[in-house]
Design a protein around this ligand. Structure first.
Ligand code: 48F
Length: 250
């Protein structure tokens, strides 16, 4: 068991995966609940999906629940998806259910990977590729490069469709706003109003620029709708909705 063989095993198999995901059907920025759900349904339908996640950990805001109480709330409408992922939920009151945030994100992560989507953590999407006024891929770099402010040029990934699942900052849409040269605008999210935010989310989940879809909190941020706090039904439903719209397009 020589150390250099262990190193070779890691580097060789990782690079193989990365090379095989340089040309994908769908590139998703962000492995939060909405990005994972979207990836799960796309991969289950046989699409080649790569998720690029900035952080070491997977799950975005979900593992932290609400203010670090690692519980989440979902509403009745998301119950079937929670069941599909094998997550235990408990009725709280009315149409609200609670679940363990760690159990939920772990189940989402595992199922998504097993469905065939590939998650690359510690890699950030720092730009997009635009051809003939259509998003044609993403530009990626090691997150560490960004954090250390190193001058390192990125690499490009070709994708038929790109999904902005980056949450509150809607980072990919902000890039398109800045760099497309078109009149594409990100309004920015409004303050907390769970009911209105959840209701607007599915409507806001759509193709916002040719080849670019939004889901999760990014969808509400682009449209100027409300944030909602630690209720996650909308995020999950939005990820699924985005996957259906993308499947229709592909
Ligand atoms: O923030 P996040 O969990 O987004 P979401 O799926 O869910 C929102 C909820 O967590 C919560 C909420 C519930 O009502 O409002 O906030 O919409 O996950 C977004 C992920 O994207 C990553 C980030 O690290 C996080 O894990 N991310 C952000 N920008 C980039 C990125 C980027 N440029 N490249 C790669 N990953």
């Amino acid at each position: 068991m020589e150390e250099h063989i262990i190193s070779k095993a890691i580097i060789e198999t990782y690079i193989k995966e990365l090379i095989s995901h340089l040309d994908v059907d769908v590139a998703i920025a962000g492995a939060g609940p909405s990005g994972l759900t979207c990836a799960y349904y796309l991969a289950s339908a046989g699409k080649k999906v790569a998720i690029f996640e900035r952080h070491l950990k997977i799950g975005g805001g979900m593992p932290a629940g609400g203010m670090m109480f690692n519980r989440i709330v979902v509403q009745e409408e998301a119950k079937d998806i929670m069941k599909e992922f094998g997550i235990r939920i408990k009725k709280y009151t009315g149409n609200l259910y609670t679940a363990d945030a760690i159990e939920t994100i772990s189940a989402f992560t595992l199922k998504t990977i097993k469905a065939g989507a590939k998650i690359f953590n510690l890699i950030s999407v720092e730009d997009v590729i635009i051809r003939e006024k259509k998003i044609a891929g993403v530009v990626i770099n090691w997150s560490a490069v960004d954090i250390a402010h190193l001058h390192v040029d990125p690499l490009g990934v070709k994708a038929k469709v790109v999904v902005d699942a980056t949450g509150h900052d809607s980072e990919i849409c902000r890039i398109v706003e800045k760099k497309s040269g078109d009149n594409f605008k990100v309004t920015g999210e409004r303050s907390m109003w769970a009911e209105k935010g959840e209701r607007a989310l599915l409507e806001n989940t759509k193709e916002v620029y040719p080849g670019l879809f939004v889901c999760g909190m990014a969808a509400n941020a682009v449209a100027g709708s409300h944030r909602m706090g630690a209720i996650f039904g909308g995020m999950i439903l939005s990820g699924k909705e985005a996957s259906s719209l993308i499947l229709e397009k592909l």
